[in-house]
Design a protein around this ligand. Structure first.
Ligand SMILES: [Zn+2]
Length: 221
């Protein structure tokens, strides 16, 4: 810590400790690049700084989404560190079988949640911003998987399909589609996530449900 250089040695330990605690708390709600020191597992980080093994198709950084608007400045997957760790573990399991996770959405600022709610005010598909989605807490991801050729595995509907066909409980699908959805769900649950009944693509980190809603915009540099 730079400030230590200006403080006599006998005080630097105490001050160093004091300022470390402050900076750890501050990091909880701000974007942080990976550093050698240990950071809280609730710190927001960028997935790409921890793994290069993901495929990105961040729909809200394009106009190809139900809002018909590009609402993210850049196609980054920002999440709390613990979500990143669980996601990397799940991806390793998929990679053993020749698949990789494709990301559609990660952390989502609260103001985006409000715009979504204005368009689709149905809690089966969009979380009420008054309560906040786990996306707003940095603990949810919208994903599918791609095969070794980068081809998306058939899940029966596109991402953000607002209808019963997107539900885990919908059974009038081919055996292949049902087994693809079941495989995605099995690996994600084994790695600490919960599924969401009405959306085959949505997964919540079990330990992320009580984290604070956050309304930050991340660094697009
Ligand atoms: Zn989602």
């Amino acid at each position: 810590m730079k400030i230590n250089l200006l403080i006599p040695t006998q005080f630097s330990f105490i001050f160093g400790f004091f300022f470390s605690v402050i900076s750890m708390n501050a990091q909880n709600e701000t974007y942080s690049s990976p550093v050698k020191q240990e950071i809280a597992d609730t710190t927001f980080v960028n997935l790409k700084d921890y793994s290069k093994d993901f495929i990105y198709d961040m729909k809200y950084a394009t106009e190809d989404n139900f809002l018909k608007a590009k609402v993210y400045d850049c196609a980054e997957c920002v999440l709390r560190l613990k979500t990143v760790q669980a996601l990397i573990a799940a991806n390793k399991d998929f990679m053993k079988k020749g698949y990789k996770i494709k990301l559609y959405d990660c952390y989502r600022p609260l103001f985006i949640q409000k715009r979504m709610w204005e368009i689709v005010s149905n809690p089966e598909y969009v979380a009420d911003p008054k309560k906040g989605s786990i996306h707003n807490r940095g603990g949810a991801v919208d994903i599918s998987i791609v095969d070794a050729n980068g081809k998306e595995v058939d899940m029966g509907t596109p991402f953000d399909f607002f209808g019963i066909k997107a539900s885990h409980n919908y059974t009038k699908l081919s055996g292949k589609i049902k087994s693809n959805r079941a495989y995605l769900k099995k690996v994600m649950i084994a790695n600490g996530f919960n599924s969401f009944d009405s959306e085959w693509w949505h997964y919540n980190l079990k330990t992320g449900l009580k984290d604070k809603v956050s309304n930050q915009k991340w660094d697009c540099e």
